[in-house]
Design a protein around this ligand. Structure first.
Ligand SMILES: Nc1ncnc2c1ncn2[C@@H]1O[C@H](COP(=O)(O)OP(=O)(O)OP(=O)(O)O)[C@@H](O)[C@H]1O
Ligand SMILES: [Mg+2]
Length: 420
């Protein structure tokens, strides 16, 4: 899976024998059999190795809106993209991506979310031209990157930074020297490199780690070096392939905050590849949901996750708001009503205050003594999204009346059974 162009780089300062094609995608290989020289590999970045809803307010059916249709100033645009890895040596070909159309607006943060094997890394490698599409075009900053080659491609790649799950720092170089590398490759003067590196170390909050080697840094600090390195040549686009997947939740939040600041302060367009809903929820304004090589939904985060249509999108949402009941409640639910018992109904709530409103109006309009058995509400893209589990006194009749009332106001609801 990993296509690697290996380049031997002698120890010591210069010259650096680095293939120009390594500009955007170099990372350190294990040395070992290759001798004691530091090795740089180009892995084609094949990192496999790794809705507001208030009661009485009608809900419009929201079609998945392609940002391309609404956002003329796209920084990254996929047009009719498919990617097939060809068959070779008896191994079958793989259709990794099919009919991909979406756009990332200039200055936006777009989250591309999907399960393992969905095609996320394949998609990101098309953005920096490491892979060519089988059909279609990838337009980056109004240039068809899929049509570029040689020097033109390498120059275009300088305006596209990338950060990786496993940081991909050179172990033999200090933080400062790791950050300096793309500037050396780009032919910057020494004094300019020094000033830029100092600036970048401060930007990512590790000015005091200037002389530290990767082995002396925490995961979060290593990723800060990775981010500084990716920003060194002042790219317009920053690609992040699972950049926080190896970090603990607190460090993940700090790195995502840093990326948000970079987007805000520098205006860099960010495309985030992730399998974690929490990453999309914290950072992205736009989202593309990928499943088995297809875009199943795309658009504004708040729109997509308040009206999730595709099962895969619903499953990502469930990760945040949860769809499991407290054990103590789940264990008491039975299929038949009992005298004096309650019907258990779960209601999906969307939009600020919707949760409070549904309980209050149910009680008032249906004269029901509603009890709240469990609730989970979160905020995604500035919208409240969650589910309430309600206890309604009575049997089947109460369930029928309640579900009809909820349905009238377009709430998605289901009967879970009864508790004594
Ligand atoms: N260079 C390659 N040659 C052949 N098949 C490949 C290659 N790279 C990826 N694939 C296949 O393409 C499909 C999509 O892989 P990709 O790495 O893009 O998925 P992913 O969404 O990034 O997965 P993960 O979350 O596990 O990183 C998979 O079936 C994978 O095996
Ligand atoms: Mg991947």
């Amino acid at each position: 899976m990993v296509r690697a162009a290996v380049q031997r780089v002698p120890s010591g300062p210069s010259p650096l024998f680095i293939s120009p094609s390594l500009d955007a995608t170099w990372f350190p290989c294990a040395a070992g059999a290759h001798g004691d020289s530091e090795l740089l590999c180009m892995k084609a970045a094949s990192m496999n190795a790794h809705q507001s809803l208030a009661i009485g307010q009608p809900i419009e059916t929201l079609e998945a809106v392609s940002p391309a249709a609404t956002e003329p100033d796209a920084m990254v645009r996929f047009e009719g993209i498919s990617k097939t890895y060809p068959a070779y040596r008896g191994k079958p070909g793989v259709n990794a991506l099919e009919n991909i159309d979406f756009a990332s607006p200039r200055g936006s943060i777009t989250g591309v979310i999907g399960r393992s094997g969905a095609g996320k890394s394949s998609l990101v490698r098309l953005i920096n031209g490491l892979e060519k599409p089988t059909t279609g075009r990838v337009i980056v900053d109004n240039r068809d990157i899929s049509a570029l080659a040689g020097r033109e491609l390498r120059l275009a790649q300088r305006s596209i930074g990338m950060i990786f799950q496993h940081f991909n720092l050179l172990s033999s170089r200090t933080s400062a020297d790791n950050i300096a590398l793309p500037l050396e490759i780009a032919g910057w003067a020494k004094a300019d490199i020094k000033a830029r590196v100092t600036e970048l170390l401060a930007l990512v909050g590790i000015a005091d780690k200037h002389d530290r080697y990767p082995s002396e840094l925490s995961g979060g600090q290593k990723q800060r070096v990775g981010i500084a390195r990716a920003l060194a040549t002042r790219p317009d686009v920053l690609l992040s392939d699972e950049a926080t997947s190896a970090l603990d939740p607190q460090t993940t939040r700090a790195i995502l905050d840093l990326l948000a600041n970079i987007n805000r302060e520098l205006g860099v367009t960010i495309v985030l590849i992730t399998h974690e809903m929490s990453v999309v929820r914290q950072l992205a304004k736009e989202v593309v949901v990928l499943d088995a090589g297809h875009v199943v939904e795309s658009g504004h985060v708040a729109d997509i996750f308040t009206h999730p249509k595709h099962p895969i999108t619903q499953s990502f949402l469930a990760e945040v708001i949860g769809d499991s009941l407290p054990v103590s409640l789940a264990s008491r639910i039975v299929s038949e009503p009992s005298a004096g018992g309650q019907a258990v109904i779960r209601v999906q709530v969307r939009g600020a205050g919707a949760g409070d409103t549904v309980v209050a109006r149910l009680a008032r309009e249906l004269g029901l003594d509603v009890s709240l058995l469990s609730a989970r509400i979160d905020e995604i893209g500035g919208q409240h999204v969650g589910s309430l589990t309600l206890g309604i006194p009575g049997g089947e009749d109460a369930v029928t009346r309640t579900l009809a009332w909820l349905s009238q106001y377009q709430f998605s609801a289901e009967s879970l059974g009864y508790v004594a």
